[in-house]
Design a protein around this ligand. Structure first.
Ligand code: SF4
Length: 762
């Protein structure tokens, strides 16, 4: 139904030739990551090219052509609103939307899903209709969590995808390079543009031995997080290999790759092996397993790499699975890793609340059939050994396929017998969508999850909640004990008859013996011809707004621009476009623009969100002052300090100033992704040639930008500051626009160029 066999066959048909060409230009044997990256170089309109040059890891920016795009419902809104601007009849590469983030967990799956469908109706209607129109697969609310649905349906060995969610690397469990990006990147790839990435460095993780007992795949990544910490993987792909890797199920590999996001890795990946073949066959993709088997040599690193990994990876780690203990990580950060045998001591020494109040299993990280059966084997022991679960227990299936199969096989009954509440197949408590009922939310308390992140407030919004992360089977054991200091490997529990009993080691099944089953997977295929489909957006909606194209450059230098704000110190994308309560306006550019720069500190009064309106002389909120300039037909300039726009890749931080009429951002230096986002939106992104010129900018300045009529790569522009006292300063400003990006500026936005090419402007 869902996967695209033809596309995958095309990737495999070119793979051998491209890998060989890459080997020639690189001049040595290749790792798996290099094989996939070099076989996905951009050649135009979403297609890939043959490699002709080598790229330096950690240095060179490279244009790639991913095979797929996946979007979750929160980030898909602006990505798709922007995509409409491209004027294409269909997306350039296969793409999907997944409704998972907007469903709040409260009482249980059915009721919670009904509430969400009602509350988010306009967003779901919009996403369903725009998907239908542009050839995008649409997974309805309740169908499942993006990454579980992707690994079940779309991930394939040797492929490359981007997804608008940080845990997109989950698909590395099926040998795919899968990377989390912002909505603007997704829009570009769907529109047929290149996707740019700095050639990643490579961390090799050699897994020897074999897991046993209570240890699971989750413990591999909990251990790796302890070694590398939350920043250790930044700019790197983590590649797992070795006999230990081949012993792990594909979904176990997915769990490890999923949580690579917790160490900041660009992505994580495993080589193709029989376990992946088993999973592909179990999920009705035997054709892909056969095709992958036929090109297996190119879906793993060259033999020389495995023989001498230290020579090919930038960093090498070795873990013996036979000696790996279960881990519990936390609280408040996923890299605080505790082997189970040390955890009880850590709980006591740190005065963390010992009583476990809630255990939560499932999510995109850990809800495979194997996870469910291993956890159920622990849960069943409570009933069989006369124990009662002492903590609350929730189960979040990752997809309807897993949920339906687990229900058929009695697994959900087993959880319910110990008080488990099955939640909707959605993110829910993993992303703070949890209406947790507590007597006192400020009371320090402990919860444990099989999810991936455990930052303060992440699950229930309460700063006093101590959240720990472990495998689902360890979570289930601790739910039965109701005590964080319980170690199921060594400790006994007192049952209802007063006897001391121990829990046996978990036992699981990788693939269901009767196969997977589902009644309604929740998938809506797009229309064959979407030209007649109308995108549904209510004109009165405060959450969604269709975009109008940004205007083209007027063809002259810019004069008489007002200084909007001279931002002092750090100005991240959070300062420029705050998250939190503004998240619900992510699909409504006008409404979300009311948060523009409200977190930036005004250089002249050290206050946030208070700038001088040069038209009235009065101080007002930044968005309001900018709207006054816009109403008067006057452009403006934002001045900033070093590394302006660091943080997330959020495109809103570039779109809002563009929408409200800011013409240039002039700073000491830019965070690179934000600089690119500004260029894509048709904005001028400029840097002081002499950083000391930042000091020349005065509060009442009118600003001219000269040299635009001969705007060219490598040629500085000139800025004139016309001060209120009649004096002026003139200096050079630099830019990094190439020819193509200058065309984006002239057309008003990158998407305007695509639309013109599509003839939609004719
Ligand atoms: Fe992200 Fe959690 Fe949803 Fe996974 S379950 S996609 S980690 S919010």
């Amino acid at each position: 139904m869902a996967f695209d066999v033809d596309m995958i066959q095309r990737v495999y048909a070119n793979l051998g030739e491209r890998v060989e060409a890459a080997r020639q230009v690189v001049g040595k044997p290749l790792t798996l990551s290099e094989k996939i990256l070099y076989s996905h170089l951009f050649a135009g309109n979403g297609s890939a090219a043959r490699p002709t040059e080598a790229f330096e890891r950690g240095k060179t920016y490279v244009d790639f052509a991913p095979d797929r795009v996946a979007m979750q419902d929160a980030t898909a809104q602006m990505a798709l609103l922007q995509f409409m601007q491209a004027g294409r009849p269909q997306v350039a590469v296969p793409s999907t939307v997944h409704c998972d983030h907007l469903i709040q967990a409260e009482v249980g799956a059915d009721k919670d899903l009904d509430v969400a469908k009602n509350k988010n109706k306009e967003v779901y209607d919009f996403l369903a209709s725009i998907s239908d129109k542009y050839g995008i697969g649409f997974w309805k609310p309740g169908a499942g969590i993006i990454h579980q649905v992707v690994i079940e349906n779309y991930a394939f060995p040797g492929g490359m995808m981007i997804g608008t969610d940080s845990h997109t690397p989950n698909a590395g469990g099926l040998g795919m390079i899968a990377i989390g990006v912002g909505g603007a990147d997704a829009c570009d790839v769907m529109a047929g543009l290149a996707w740019e990435l700095k050639m990643p460095k490579l961390i090799g993780v050699k897994l020897t031995g074999k897991l046993s007992g209570w240890a699971s795949a989750k413990d591999v990544i909990l251990r790796v997080a302890g070694i590398l910490t939350v920043k250790g993987g930044t700019g790197c792909i983590v590649e797992y290999f070795g006999e230990g890797a081949e012993s792990l199920s594909a979904t176990g590999k997915g769990t490890i790759c999923n949580m690579g996001a917790e160490i900041g890795a660009t992505t994580s990946i495993f080589a193709y092996d029989d376990k992946m073949g088993d999973y592909l066959r179990a999920t009705s993709r035997a054709e892909i397993a056969d095709a992958a088997q036929a090109v297996k040599a190119n879906l793993r690193s060259d033999d020389e790499v495995y023989a001498d990994p230290a020579s090919y990876y930038d960093q090498l780690i070795e873990i013996n699975l036979s000696e790996l203990e279960p881990h519990i990580n936390g609280p408040f950060t996923p890299d605080l890793a505790w082997p189970l045998s040390n955890f009880a001591k850590a709980v006591k020494e740190n005065n963390w609340p010992e009583r476990l109040e809630v255990g939560l299993i499932g999510s995109c990280t850990n809800s495979s059939y194997e996870d469910m059966t291993r956890s159920a084997s622990v849960a069943a022991q409570a009933t069989n050994k006369g124990l009662k679960a002492k903590a609350e227990f929730t189960v979040t299936p990752g997809s309807e396929l897993v949920r339906f199969t687990a229900e058929r096989d009695g697994i959900l009954d087993t959880f319910e017998e110990i008080g488990g509440v099955v939640l909707a197949n959605a993110c829910g408590p993993c992303i703070g969508q949890w209406a947790r009922h507590m007597d006192d939310p400020t009371r320090p308390n402990s919860i444990i999850t099989s999810f991936n992140r455990n930052f303060a407030k992440r699950n229930d919004g309460n700063a006093s909640t101590h959240a720990f992360v472990a495998s689902p089977e360890i979570v289930t054991a601790l739910v039965i004990a109701g005590d964080l200091t319980f170690n199921p490997m060594t400790d006994t529990l007192t049952n209802e008859a007063g006897e001391q009993v121990m829990l046996d080691e978990p036992a699981g099944i990788e693939q269901p013996l009767q196969g997977y089953a589902v009644d309604d997977a929740g998938y809506q295929a797009p229309a064959e011809d979407g030209s007649g489909v109308k995108v549904i957006v209510s004109p009165t909606s405060d959450r969604l707004q269709l975009l109008a194209p940004f205007k083209a450059w007027e063809g002259t230098d810019l004069t008489g621009l007002k200084l909007l704000i001279k931002a002092k110190g750090k100005c991240t994308t959070d300062h420029i476009s705050m998250a939190g309560p503004w998240l619900k306006y992510r699909g409504h550019l006008d409404n979300i623009s009311n948060n523009m720069l409200i977190g930036a500190v005004n250089y002249y009064n050290d206050k946030t969100n208070t700038v001088k309106n040069q038209l009235t002389g009065e101080y007002g909120e930044v968005p309001a002052v900018q709207r006054a300039y816009k109403a008067a037909g006057i452009g403006s300039v934002v001045v900033g300090d070093e590394n302006y726009g660091e943080g997330s890749s959020r495109e809103h931080a570039a779109m809002e100033p563009r929408f409200l009429g800011v013409r240039a951002i002039l700073v000491r230096s830019f965070a690179r992704i934000h600089e690119t986002n500004l260029k894509k939106q048709g904005m001028l992104a400029l840097t002081f040639a002499n950083p000391a010129d930042y000091d020349k900018v005065q509060e009442d300045d009118s600003i001219d930008i000269k040299g635009l009529t001969s705007f060219a790569p490598g040629v500085p522009l000139t800025v004139v500051l016309n001060h209120a006292d009649g004096s002026s300063d003139e200096f050079a400003v630099n830019h990094t626009y190439n020819e193509g990006q200058i065309e984006w500026f002239k057309a008003g936005a990158a998407l305007n160029i695509i639309r013109m090419k599509q003839g939609a402007n004719a």
